[in-house]
Every structure is written in C-alpha cells, then in structure tokens.
Design a protein around this ligand. Structure first.
Ligand code: TRP
Length: 462
C-alpha cells in the first residue's frame, strides 16, 4: 500500500492490483470455505447444494460484489458514510449500520470460536492427534474438545488476540503482508490432501455424493443455506467489500478484481470439498456430521499420509492465517466504528471492541457443550443462522435495490472506468442481475424458507 500522497483528498490506496485482490481474497477466503462450505454440503444433500451454490455465486454473489466495490470506490468512505454521501435519503445508511452490528460484532464473535479450533488443531497435530486419528478416534477427539468449556474459551481468546494484534498494527502492514504468502501455501496443501483423499479405497462414493446432484434433496432450506453461504464466503452484504473498494485506485478495473476474488474464493471452497468428501465415505464417517465435519475428517486423512503430522500442522497453521485475514476484515469494521464514534485511538478502540466481542463470543463457545440455547439451537448455531440467513441476505438485497434502482448510472461509470473500458455484454447481464434477478431471488428464497410466503399466501387468499 502506498501511503498518503500529496493531495489532501487522496485516500490511502492499495499498492498494486494484485495486492488489492489478495487482500479482498484474504477477507473472502477463510473458515467459510474450509469449515462452513463442506459441512453445509454434507448437511444439505451433497452435489445439489454445490450446484445451487455455484449458480448463486455467479448470478447473485458476484453482482453484489461488483455493486459493493463500485459504491466504495465512488464514495471513498466507510459504509455508513458512503450511503450518506451517495444518496439523498438517509435511510440507505441502514445498510452501513446493519453491517457494523452484524459483521463487526455478531459474525466476528463466533468466528473467533471456530478460529480457536484451528489453533488447537495446529498444536494437537504435533502431540498425538495423528495417533488418535489413526485409531479412528478423530470424532471422539473433536467431541471431547468442544465439551470442555474453558478450553474452547481459551482458544477463542487466543484467536481473538491474534486478530486484535493485526488490526492494531494498521490496515496496510497487517493485512497485505499476511495475505501474500499464506493463501498459495494453503492451496498447495489442499492439493496434496485431495490427492490422498481421492486415492483412499472407497473414495468413489464420496465423489458421487459431491458431484452427482440428487434432485430429490432440493428444498427451500438448502437454497436459503446456499444463498447465505454465498454471501458469507464472499464477505458480502455487510459493507465489507464496500470498504475494501474505497481503497481501490481509480485506474483499476473493478470487474476483473471482483471476478478474481470470487473465482479464487469459490475454488478454495470446491477444493476443500474434494479433500473432504472422498475421505468421509472412504472412512465410514457421516457427511451430515455438522460443524465438526472438517475437523473430524481431515486429521483422519493426514493420519493416512507419510509425514502426516507435519502436513496437518502446516494445514491448520495456514487455515489459521486464512481465518485471521478474514476476521481482521470483520474487526476492522468495529474498530473504525469505535474510532469514529468515540474518538478513540486505534489501539484503544481495538481493546474496547475486543472485550465486547470476546464476551459475546464466549456464549457461543460455551454453548457447544450444551447451554445456552436459542430457539432449540446452540447459541453459536443460532447466531450463525441469524447472521447468514437473515442479515446478510437483507444487506445484499438492499445493496441491489440501491444500486439497481437509485444509483445505476454512477455505478456503470465505476464499472467501466468512466466509459473507458469497453462496454461489453456482461454489463447488461450485471444490470439485470442487480435490478431484477438478485432482489427477487433473495426475496423469494427468504420468504419461502421463513414461512412468510405461506402466511402471505394464506392472507391473500382469504
Ligand atoms: N468470508 C469469510 C470466510 O469465508 C468471513 C467473512 C469475512 C465475512 N468478512 C465477512 C462474512 C463479511 C460475512 C461478511 O471465512
């Protein structure tokens, strides 16, 4: 990142286009790809979920990302300020508020808990996890870990502390440096894992589960879950990509930056599936094991590899870094909020927010062992559901309405760099997506799954 340049109004900008893509991909690629995606695939019927997820990424996720980048670069502000600056109605800044509360606090609070798991697994890889996994006890290990509350909380705190450290050191240094080499490293280990997983006897059934869609498993729940996962994984709907866009230089091309980010993110998610499902079936584990799926399956695969201990350690180390670059992007939101609202120093803001997030996340951490429950779900699941199936779709819906119906011309200028990029067919497709396809799809999926559609239907046919 180059520092402030001479002109008073220039905002800090990313040093290079690659730097920007790596940072955006650093926010996008994280636990969402390696932890959340595979377990949802397992829970919602395999290949059919993958297929819907891909369609949603292309026709809803990518268009929303283009919209967020455009708003950010045009406004050069944080989410709340951006909507104030670009629209006459103050109502739109609700998107910024929603993003701050949901992303900066709620998502981050339980993200730290799962992030803590990666630290535990990194350490355990070196001291006996492989032996247990070789005896087929990786599931037992996972269940006993999450049932010991003070351990889960301790690891949560450790993960949060790492995030706080990076965020306190400032956006440029922390984020960019960490992203540059961790992502390729994670990618390479995934490839090695996939090779081992695919060559296990009985891996075929897993491939079939992952790649052959079974239409009978299609239902409203899986579609809503895929929608939420698309936004979660691409870091959308909360103004985070909007903030990143505000650091993007005027001469950069938004469409290619967004496409690269989305493609890399999707690729890592798909590869995680290829590493996990063949092994799940080969080893007689359950694809619907829930949030523990990745943590139960992968150690078992590592245990089947030469130097498994070493690879397992590296894998969880890189996953930890991928998760930290994502949680930094979330923490940046609450930190900026505290700096602007309470006029705090950056380091004080990080401390204050850190404490709040720790307390909030603590409920999620201890809920893994039983209580507290909300609406029959563990607290962690409930917060996750609320964020991903309600707040993210709502935020993205509003972004589409704003850009598609109230801010289309300026957005087109941003996307085409003031008309200097050739207007191509995709710009027309994008317009259709943000104006019509995405908002209507989000609305139907949401209303349908939450039962509101049936209520509405009953009411209308009275
Ligand atoms: N995308 C990240 C992941 O897949 C998580 C994340 C970072 C996120 N920033 C976000 C999710 C903003 C929703 C909104 O792990």
């Amino acid at each position: 990142m180059s520092g402030e340049s001479g002109k008073a109004l220039t905002r800090e900008q990313w040093g290079s286009r690659v730097g920007f893509i790596l940072a955006a991909a650093g926010s996008a690629i994280g636990l969402g790809n390696v932890w959340r995606f595979p377990y949802l695939v397992g829970e919602y019927g395999g290949a059919i979920f993958v297929l819907i997820y891909l369609l949603i990424n292309v026709f809803i996720g990518l268009p929303v990302m283009l919209a967020e980048f455009s708003i950010g670069r045009a406004a050069q502000k944080s989410p709340v300020g951006a909507f104030r600056a670009l629209s006459v109605s103050p109502l739109w800044s609700v998107i910024g508020w929603l993003g701050t509360l949901t992303g900066g606090f709620l998502v981050l609070s339980y993200y730290n808990v799962i992030g803590g798991w990666t630290i535990r697994y990194m350490i355990e890889s070196l001291i006996g996890l492989m032996d247990l996994a070789a005896e087929g006890k990786s599931e037992e290990f996972f269940l006993s870990f999450i049932s010991v509350r003070h351990q889960v909380v301790a690891y949560q705190a450790l993960f949060l502390a790492s995030t706080m450290f990076f965020v306190a050191s400032g956006i440029g240094k922390g984020i960019e440096r960490a992203c540059k080499f961790m992502m390729p490293a994670l990618f390479i280990i995934l490839l090695i894992l996939i090779f081992r997983s695919l060559t296990l006897p009985g891996a075929g059934a897993g491939l079939e589960f992952y790649l052959m869609p079974d239409l009978s498993k299609l239902n409203g729940k899986s579609v809503l879950a895929a929608l939420g996962q698309s936004f979660f994984s691409l870091s959308l709907g909360l103004g985070i990509m909007l903030t990143y866009g505000s650091y993007l230089g005027r001469e950069e091309r938004i469409p290619s930056a967004a496409t690269w980010t989305a493609v890399l993110d999707t690729l890592i998610a798909l590869l995680s599936g290829f590493a996990i499902f063949p092994a799940v079936f080969a080893m007689g584990l359950k694809p619907g094991a829930g949030p523990g799926l990745t943590f139960i399956t992968l150690p078992a695969v590592f245990a089947e590899m030469p130097m498994g201990m070493f690879f397992s350690f590296l894998f969880f180390l890189f996953l930890f870094f991928a998760a930290v670059t994502s949680s930094m992007s979330l923490m940046e939101v609450s930190t900026t909020f505290a700096i602007e609202k309470f006029k705090l120093k950056r380091s004080d803001a990080v401390w204050l927010m850190g404490v709040i997030i720790f307390l909030l996340g603590g409920y999620s951490a201890i809920s893994l062992a039983g209580d507290p429950k909300v609406a029959g779900k563990d607290f962690l699941d409930a917060v996750d559901y609320f964020c991903n199936n309600i707040c993210l779709p709502l935020g993205s819906f509003l972004v589409c309405l704003f850009v598609g119906w109230f801010w289309l011309e300026p957005a087109l200028k941003e996307l085409s760099n003031d008309g200097t990029l050739e207007a191509r067919w995709w710009l027309k497709v994008w317009i259709w997506c943000v104006r019509v396809v995405a908002p209507i799809a989000i609305l139907i999926i949401f209303l349908n799954e939450t039962g509101l559609l049936t209520t509405l239907d009953a009411w209308l046919s009275r």
